[in-house]
Ligand binder design. Structure first.
Ligand code: MN
Ligand code: MN
Length: 300
């Protein structure tokens, strides 16, 4: 299978924008910075460069591994001596690039960050058509354990599809039994998550949720709920979104009830925040790649 020319051009453009935004982000994240300012800056730079966010900017601090983005009026700040994962998604017409970087304000955690980067480099080195998913996972696990660290076993990379961040196949970061293989023409986000050697090495879901996604057209009672769901479908399709992006979609005094009905009717689903089960710090590195005949091409 090959990617059609027009789709590939859009994947490349999304990848180029995501890479530029990631590099810019590294230069402006500071301790004490407000997290909502960081999220909104990343999202606005994506738009300025001609892309759209494929999901809300994720800012996951210390033991939070993934899926935190600022709710409206968030007052949280980037803590001192922290390790901060910024996960950036860009799409052009539904063609997605997904990339992440860990910014480290604590010298103690530097080796964790380097190990995540090293595991990502290993992934890029080995990804090619015919590689088994099992072998991929065990090689990433080995790379991380060789440094005395632990992969987060229940967070994986993923195949990407049009308007789909998670399109079925997963790329594990640990040895994992599977008959599945990598195929030419597939697009993957590969993302090792690394924690310390004495950590649980897995994440658990928190009850807090800040990221949502359209799931299914359901019967809705409230006219404002209907209007809000139309807004979601029109603007985000099946891609993740956050409440910050719903400002002005319906009158303020009707918003709370309308949003609650979208959740209770299961018209939308929520992504829980993932926290390392033993509350140990986590580092992440991520690129989106295209599988080509003789290996993979990094798009981000
Ligand atoms: Mn990501
Ligand atoms: Mn990803």
């Amino acid at each position: 299978m090959t990617v059609p020319e027009d789709a590939l051009r859009k994947y490349r453009k999304a990848g180029k924008i995501a890479a530029e935004v990631r590099k810019e982000t590294e230069t402006f994240v500071r301790e004490g910075m407000s997290i909502i300012d960081l999220c909104e800056k990343v999202e606005s730079v994506i738009a300025k460069k001609g892309g759209k966010p494929a999901f809300p900017c994720n800012v996951s601090v210390n033991e939070i591994a993934a899926h935190y983005t600022s709710p409206p009026q968030d007052r949280r700040l980037i803590p001192e001596n922290s390790i901060v994962k910024v996960d950036i998604g860009v799409h052009i017409d539904g063609y997605i690039a997904d990339t992440a970087v860990t910014i480290c304000f604590n010298p103690e955690y530097e080796p964790l960050v380097h190990t995540a980067e090293e595991a990502l480099a290993k992934a890029i080195e080995i990804l090619r058509p015919g590689l088994s998913i099992s072998r991929f996972g065990s090689m990433i696990e080995k790379t991380i354990k060789n440094r005395g660290f632990k992969p987060v076993s229940n967070l994986t990379g993923h195949k990407i599809g049009r308007y789909l961040v998670h399109a079925g196949k997963a790329l594990p970061n640990v040895s994992h039994f599977s008959f599945s293989k990598i195929d030419v023409g597939e697009i993957y986000a590969t993302e090792p998550f690394v924690t310390v050697g004495n950590a649980a090495g897995k994440v658990q879901s928190e009850s807090d949720t800040y990221i949502f996604r359209f799931t299914k057209q359901k019967f809705l009672q409230d006219q404002y709920a209907k209007r809000l769901l139309l807004y979601v479908q029109k603007n985000f399709h099946s891609l993740p979104f956050t409440e910050r992006w719903l400002r002005g979609a319906v009158p303020q005094n009707h918003y709370k009830m309308a949003f609650a009905e979208l959740l209770s009717s299961k018209s939308i689903m929520s992504y829980p925040v993932f926290v390392e089960a033993s509350e140990k710090p986590v580092a992440q590195a991520e690129h989106t790649v295209l599988i080509v005949e003789d290996g993979c091409l990094v798009l981000t």
